[in-house]
Design a protein around this ligand. Structure first.
Ligand code: HEC
Length: 157
């Protein structure tokens, strides 16, 4: 019932947003809200490769070296026990990860691994291959974004 009402409210919002202003920004907001509703559903037909979790959209700019350096420190503290860059360990080698996954997917995997391995088709396959589940390290969005920057730096070399 609440969900139906939420959907109704969103439809109304989209109608108003598209009809009244025809403004691109408004339309974008509306479609992002729809996405949020869809992602919270358990029946995920496909998530466009962004994964399942709190991160719906990430904008990448030029490589930020300061952020990457912080990301490396966070990685060494929280991830290196299971991941190496250049070879398989408890988890997959992470070199090239920014080429095979979207930044949203990587951040959702870091912040929401339990749900990812249950609902995201790629993460499910990884779990089937690596057998050990990836641990949730209680990483914040800001920290996860810095880790992505570190991965981008590694992949840019
Ligand atoms: C307890 C071990 C463990 C820890 C700690 C861990 N991971 Fe993982 N990670 C895994 C495993 C195992 C997988 C493969 C999926 C699965 O089995 O759940 C994985 C998958 C991944 C993937 C997907 C790789 C690909 O090829 O798509 C990324 C990205 C990742 N981890 C990043 C991280 C980051 C960043 C951290 C630190 C915040 C971290 N992991 C901490 C074990 C771990």
């Amino acid at each position: 019932m609440i969900k139906t009402m939420a959907l109704f409210a969103i439809s109304l919002f989209m109608l108003v947003a598209c009809g009244e202003a025809g403004d691109a920004q408004l339309e974008e907001n509306a479609s992002q809200e729809t996405e949020a509703v869809e992602s919270s559903s358990t029946e995920l037909a496909g998530n466009d490769g962004i994964g399942v979790g709190p991160i719906k959209s990430v904008t990448l700019g030029d490589l930020d070296k300061a952020m990457a350096a912080e990301g490396e420190t966070i990685f060494n503290t929280n991830c290196a026990a299971c991941h190496k860059m250049d070879k398989r360990f408890v988890g997959p080698a992470l070199a090239g990860v920014t080429e095979r996954r979207k930044p949203e997917w990587i951040m959702n995997m870091i912040m929401n691994p339990e749900q990812m391995v249950k609902e995201d088709p790629i993460a499910k396959e990884l779990l089937a291959e690596y057998l050990a589940p990836m641990a949730n390290q209680s990483i914040t969005e800001d920290q996860a974004r810095k880790i992505v920057e570190y991965f981008r730096q590694v992949d840019s070399k």
